[in-house]
Write a protein that binds this ligand. Structure first.
Ligand code: FE
Length: 202
């Protein structure tokens, strides 16, 4: 539940209507709860992050696009036809071998929907929201991301007007990959900053 203002409309009203509609359709036997869960799952795991993966892959192969993406994320993402109210302004942060960015919304669950889809449950959890700011290194270790002490970690707090997306490092061993081959390597978690992308095994 959002506790602060959204720019265009509040989320509570559509959320309530959606729940009412969902109940009605299930009651009438037109939908099952499983089907709805499947759709949500698909949006969480495939549709949303896939847009972000396309943005990342493009940035990896096109230096000019990457420059535009880091200068003005919203505009560069719109070049690929992704946008909308939940991405009012998107800032893209580049992870490197020396600086690692990780994104949170300490207040609630602000997230760059047009590129990443729905936020995962843990992103909305109080534990993640409160702890990643105080002890990012420990939290990242719990995601099985072990960063050397020499890597600086920067935590970015999303809000309703400004949402962050991470441009992960291109993994070694992918120098010959095409854009289309790179897309499936890009994970949702790497674009939140809680994971790196591993070199694909041959
Ligand atoms: Fe939020």
């Amino acid at each position: 539940m959002n506790t602060h203002q959204e720019p265009v409309q509040t989320e509570s009203d559509p959320a309530l209507r959606t729940r009412a509609l969902e109940s009605l359709l299930i009651e009438k036997g037109l939908l099952t709860a499983d089907l709805i869960d499947n759709v949500v799952h698909k949006y969480e795991k495939d549709v949303g992050p896939l847009n972000g993966a396309r943005v990342v892959a493009r940035a990896w192969i096109d230096a000019d696009y990457k420059r535009r993406l880091l200068e003005d994320g919203t505009a560069a993402i719109a070049e690929l036809d992704f946008g909308g109210t939940h991405g009012a302004r998107i800032v893209v942060l580049e992870n490197t071998s020396t600086v690692h960015h990780v994104v949170v919304c300490t207040l609630c669950s602000c997230y760059p929907w047009p590129v990443l889809g729905l936020p995962p449950g843990w992103y909305k959890s109080y534990a993640y929201r409160s702890r990643v700011v105080r002890e990012p290194r420990a939290v990242l270790r719990e995601f099985d991301l072990h960063l050397p002490d020499s890597v600086e970690i920067r935590v970015w707090d999303s809000n309703s007007d400004l949402r962050y997306m991470v441009l992960p490092e291109r993994p070694a061993g992918t120098e010959d990959y095409t854009e289309e081959e790179l897309i499936p390597l890009v994970t949702r978690d790497s674009m939140i900053g809680v994971a790196k992308i591993e070199t694909p095994s041959a």
